[in-house]
Design a protein around this ligand. Structure first.
Ligand SMILES: NC(=O)c1ccc[n+]([C@@H]2O[C@H](COP(=O)([O-])OP(=O)(O)OC[C@H]3O[C@@H](n4cnc5c(N)ncnc54)[C@H](O)[C@@H]3O)[C@@H](O)[C@H]2O)c1
Length: 336
């Protein structure tokens, strides 16, 4: 069994990954700065649940503080690292560029440097489909060009990939970048469509469908993403600097998504058709054949089943949903 350092454990994917690793018998050291920038109640809930889980060691710190991150690695000496912490959300990166640079670039650099200095564990890190910019040559493959980001968020994720590559070239650190495609599931992100659509349906408000609902996303269920991270952490044959797409490999329109959420919640939605928004790419689509050929990973959860399981969670947690709704109203953040 391994000691795994997971960063971003109060976040959506990090929380699920930490629980899965512990369930599999591993020891998890979890780090998060609990910054109150987005929906702090949700982070606090996930954080509290992990603190109560045997096998979980809790660290609250800002990874961009390089000295503290060095001390973290010196103290815990992890066998493996899953670096998921980041400021997330494409649109807010426009408003807070320096916060994104600090967490996603400086924070990632601090993790890579500490890993090289303390035992050189394999570092699996979260990248994003956003590195492909608005390329229309689909599906996206890892060897496609990724040098025309259309948001600062995407630029910071690409910077993370390039730094990881440099650490492999210079120091021989094994770095595995996973480009996640629109992840959804229970305890997910209230800034993303699956949650905002469900919230609008539950409250009887119209669901804004940009580009008339024609936009397509490669929606990926969180358990599949967690399985991909585990495969990248534990597969014995991986070395060097690698990058892989992690998606369902099946783009779906937002109108299809909305229909599935309506069915799963047993309530119809009011639709508000709107033009496309600047900065939104029309479609995303992952070619996941490289990850399958390398570690045998295949996504297993269909959008229909994944949405059904999200909707069950959503309907079972009215208290969490209501608190998020109040935070959204206080912050003036629109549902989309
Ligand atoms: N959810 C998706 O659809 C998606 C898609 C592509 C890529 N990703 C990537 O996957 C990773 C996880 O995403 P998520 O959806 O769980 O996001 P999230 O926002 O729910 O979680 C990120 C966590 O990182 C923490 N964090 C941020 N900066 C930190 C710092 N400097 N020090 C310590 N902790 C810090 C935050 O407090 C938060 O809890 C991110 O790297 C994100 O860029 C996510």
């Amino acid at each position: 069994m391994a000691k795994v350092l997971v960063t971003g454990t109060a976040g959506f994917i990090g929380y699920h990954l930490a629980l899965r690793l512990i369930a599999d018998g591993h020891e998890v050291v979890g780090v998060d700065d609990l910054h109150p920038c987005a929906f702090p109640s949700l982070k606090a809930q996930r954080h509290r649940r992990l603190q109560e889980t045997p096998g979980y060691t809790d660290v609250v710190q800002d990874l961009a503080d390089a000295e503290a991150t060095d001390a973290l690695f010196a103290t815990h000496r992890p066998d493996l690292v899953a670096h998921l912490a980041a400021r997330t959300g494409v649109r807010t990166s426009v408003e807070h560029p320096f916060a994104y640079e600090r967490s996603n670039v400086l924070g990632t650099l601090a993790v890579l440097e500490a890993a090289r200095l303390h035992g050189r564990p394999r570092v699996v890190y979260a990248s994003s489909s956003s590195v492909y910019g608005d390329s229309t040559a689909m599906p996206w493959r890892e060897d496609d060009r990724a040098d025309t980001p259309v948001s600062l968020y995407a630029a910071t994720k690409r910077a993370g990939e390039l730094m990881a590559h440099a650490f492999t070239a210079t120091h021989g650190l094994c770095t595995i970048g996973l480009r996640f495609f629109t992840v959804y599931g229970p305890f997910g992100r209230p800034d993303m469509a699956v949650w905002t659509f469900a919230e609008a349906i539950a409250s009887g408000e119209p669901v804004p469908l940009f580009d008339g609902g024609n936009m397509q996303r490669d929606f990926t269920y969180v358990d599949d993403v967690v399985a991909a991270v585990c495969a990248a952490l534990f597969h014995p044959g991986l070395d060097g600097a690698r990058r892989f797409n992690v998606g369902a490999g099946a783009p779906q329109g937002l109108d299809t998504l909305l229909h599935l959420i309506e069915t799963a919640m047993g309530r119809p939605a009011l639709r508000k058709l709107l033009p496309a928004q600047a900065g939104d790419v029309a479609s995303t689509w992952a070619d996941c054949s490289a990850l399958e050929a390398t570690v045998g990973f295949r996504p297993r959860v269909s959008l229909q089943d994944g949405i059904a399981s999200f909707a069950r969670w959503f309907l079972d947690h009215p208290d969490i949903v209501q608190t998020v709704r109040s935070e959204r109203a206080r912050s003036g953040r629109p549902t989309r």
